[in-house]
Design a protein around this ligand. Structure first.
Ligand code: C5P
Length: 247
């Protein structure tokens, strides 16, 4: 467990919108708060690289979450293009294996000055053990628990070249024991009173913070709120960022 006095958890707001306008509107409304904005496949397909360039131009910190998973050469070349947009973090599926991760790292070695954090996606937070068993049985003939799969992938992530991992808050403690200091990004976050929706492995912002998350990802509780600023400020406070409001 990190020193709670020093530790704060970064807040990543998932800009999950079908058009650029509401995304820019939300960013404007949250303006000065200490946030990272996540652009996923929906908004990226709607707004393209120009949307990312504009947000970077506005000095916003961007996490481009396109969860790359393809042959090593294709992923490495896509990651290079994404890095040229000056985003701060990117995602690749750890299931792409060591060859995919290592070819990404080799490609990025050539553009060291703008190297984004490479985050490895373990098992998506929408999976529970029952849903995951369907996949693992199809792959190998027997069911594997989510926890075992996540830890199995994370154990290799650092050696393969990942700078951090995406996981659920439920796996944080064993991951921290396995790889102390690893940057952990945790989606599946629901403040008290919010429905889990399609997420399966959920925790509150405060629980994830206390479990040692480096960053949490929150989408619908903020994007679908009538008062996104208030809920975002509440989540920042729960994530150990009260100092921001106390001057
Ligand atoms: O709306 P909600 O808070 O559930 O959004 C979570 C965001 O985090 C979505 O953009 C989703 O794609 C992303 N994500 C996730 N689980 C992962 C990786 C990313 O939910 N394992």
């Amino acid at each position: 467990m990190p020193n709670q006095a020093a530790h704060h958890t970064e807040l990543i707001v998932a800009l999950d919108f079908p058009r650029p306008e509401p995304a820019f509107q939300l960013v404007k409304e949250l303006g000065d708060l200490p946030l990272i904005y996540k652009v996923g496949s929906e908004l990226f397909l709607a707004g393209g690289p120009d949307l990312v360039r504009e947000l970077v131009h506005q000095k916003k910190r961007i996490f481009l979450d396109l969860k790359f998973h393809d042959i090593p050469n294709t992923v490495a070349r896509a990651i290079k293009q994404a890095s040229l947009l000056h985003v701060e973090m990117l995602t690749v599926h750890l299931a792409g294996g060591s060859h995919m991760l290592k070819s990404v790292v080799n490609e990025l070695a050539e553009i060291e000055s703008i190297r984004p954090k490479i985050l490895g996606v373990s098992v998506l937070t929408s999976f529970d053990d029952v849903k995951w068993a369907e996949v693992t049985k199809a792959l190998s003939g027997h069911a594997v628990d989510v926890m075992d799969s996540v830890l199995g992938l994370v154990e290799h992530a650092v050696a393969w070249g990942a700078d951090g991992v995406v996981c659920s808050a439920i796996e944080l403690k064993p991951i921290r024991e396995l790889c102390p200091g690893l940057y952990t990004v945790v989606p599946g976050i629901r403040p008290h009173g919010f429905s889990a929706q399609d997420q399966a492995r959920v925790m509150t912002p405060q629980e994830a913070h206390l479990a040692g998350a480096s960053a949490i990802v929150v989408g619908r509780p903020i994007c679908e709120s009538r008062d996104p600023r208030t809920i975002t400020e509440q989540i920042l406070r729960e994530s150990g960022q009260s100092a921001y409001f106390n001057g």
